[in-house]
Design a protein. Structure first.
Ligand SMILES: [Zn+2]
Length: 486
């Protein structure tokens, strides 16, 4: 079979494997501007499916979409001190329009807090206008020095939720709720199990009181921060003077939150499930859940096979299964199998003259739990229902496999720096240790091992018998999850 384009094995060079998959599966390509990427139709379809899934969940939790401008006056970004300090090094600034210099430079949004709050302050008078629950789907620009397709690009697509509340506890509740929405999406749609928890002060969003994150484990045992949810307290409300009249007739600043996920999720999908054959897509996010490959040996067979294959495709599409009929001429079936396996299609249906005689199609799964046969015939009568069941099962199997892999690559109760260094350099993965709470200690461990504190995990992820000492030997004040990360 034609291994036309080689794929570097993951164990040999994971980073090369990643770059090749992005190209060969036709997800994205480079552009004339370094760090900016072109998302190709196959990759963009995955993004559309991600958007549709998340957008439904945002609306179900009471949020409305709006759209705010791409530019903001530089002075607006400067108003929240921590925020400007965090984002200034990576902002793109417009100084000219045509041949004339602008009176005030404009910043291309790196995130939209400083655009949204000066506008919506006029939408809020009293507690009756709260909570204000907004989301926007947009592009943002952060001038990154080191970029990789999907994982870190200068311009990327994302959604950013922005909400305002009357009380501190409502804002905290919203921050946690949206973290939960992200977790549900990542597990149920992406088949990506995540650890949720709190970021340390040094890793939190610039301008936030508290940042929560979801952290997934990739197949090279590095962590990926997949989504973040920020409790902004009254920081932005004070910076942009967003006040409201309380039920008691007093005036107070609103309590706000923001939360986001980006096209980085596609990078997460690639690295969480892909293997040495290529991409592996969870059925719920696969552009094509099933691809039909018709097989013929002569022109007589061709007409009949293609006609039956078209009928089958129509029936599957009618049953809600995203299906593609690969009728490409001059390409042998083996080359088509290879192509769709590389692009991660969950199910392939082979249909030839002998299958038609037997009233069946050969179903070939992209992945199976260990040892199970990938290939079996399915009767054409009732095939839509059979495939629906199979796709649901495959979605669950992929999550189970990823959860098992995470378990096998998690090390708990590491108390000494020597052991920690060994684990990080050999297995990698998530390492649960104690932490003394000191930022200097956090920075030293990072400097020495490149592994960072991903989160202070939520209760359900904590060890039953957590470490009592930090890696530095001091008493531990919190159990933390450390890992090398993207
Ligand atoms: Zn320490």
């Amino acid at each position: 079979m034609g291994n036309e384009k080689g794929l570097t094995p993951q164990a040999e060079d994971f980073s090369a494997w990643y770059n090749e998959i992005v190209q060969q599966a036709e997800l994205a390509s480079h552009s004339a501007v370094r760090g900016c990427m072109v998302i190709r139709p196959y990759g963009y379809r995955i993004w559309e499916l991600i958007q549709a899934g998340l957008d439904g969940m945002f609306k179900a939790t009471g949020h409305q979409n709006a759209y705010f401008p791409l530019f903001l006056p530089k002075s607006a970004l400067d108003r929240e001190a921590e925020h400007v300090e965090g984002f200034a090094p990576e902002t793109a600034i417009v100084t000219h329009a045509g041949n004339s210099e602008l009176e005030e430079p404009l910043v291309v949004r790196p995130t939209s807090e400083a655009i949204i709050w000066p506008i919506v302050r006029d939408w809020i008078d009293s507690y009756r206008d709260l909570p204000l629950l907004l989301n926007q789907w947009a592009n943002v620009v952060r001038w990154e020095l080191r970029t990789r397709p999907f994982l870190r690009t200068t311009e990327f697509l994302w959604q950013e939720g922005h909400t305002a509340h009357a009380t501190e506890s409502e804002a905290e509740e919203e921050t946690r709720r949206m973290l939960g929405v992200y977790r549900t999406f990542m597990e149920d749609w992406m088949a990506l199990p995540v650890i949720t928890g709190l970021k340390t002060e040094s890793e939190k969003f610039a301008g936030a009181v508290r940042t929560y994150a979801t952290e997934g484990l990739m197949r090279d045992n590095r962590a990926l921060q997949a989504g973040t949810s920020h409790n902004l307290g009254q920081n932005f409300a004070r910076a942009f003077d967003v006040r409201f009249q309380t039920e008691e007739g007093e005036h107070d600043f609103v309590w706000s939150t923001s939360w986001g996920v980006s096209t980085r999720l596609i990078g997460g999908l690639i690295m969480a499930h892909g293997d040495d054959t290529g991409l592996v897509l969870p059925p719920r996010l696969a552009p094509y859940q099933a691809v039909i490959v018709p097989i013929w040996r002569n022109e007589d067979q061709k007409g009949q096979v293609l006609e039956s294959a078209a009928r089958l495709a129509e029936a599957l599409v009618g049953g809600g299964i995203r299906t593609h009929l690969d009728g490409r001429e001059g390409m042998n079936p083996g080359a088509k199998y290879y192509d769709w396996e590389r692009r991660g299609v969950p199910v392939r249906l082979e249909i030839g003259p002998r299958d038609l005689e037997a009233g069946q199609a050969m179903v070939v799964r992209r992945f199976t739990p260990d040892g199970e046969d990938r290939k079996r015939p399915l009767s054409l009568g009732g095939i839509t229902e059979e495939l629906e069941t199979l796709l649901v099962r495959m979605q669950g199997e992929l999550l189970a496999e990823a959860t098992e892999r995470r378990g096998a690559n998690t090390t708990r109760n590491v108390e000494s720096m020597d052991t920690f260094r060994d684990v990080v350099e050999s297995v990698g993965g998530f390492v649960f240790t104690g932490w003394c709470g000191d930022e200097g200690c956090e920075a030293r461990v990072k400097e020495e091992t490149k592994a960072t504190i991903r989160v202070i995990p939520d209760e359900e992820f904590r060890s039953s018998d957590p470490p009592t000492r930090c890696l530095c030997g001091e008493a531990s004040v919190a159990e933390v999850v450390r890992a090398k990360a993207y």
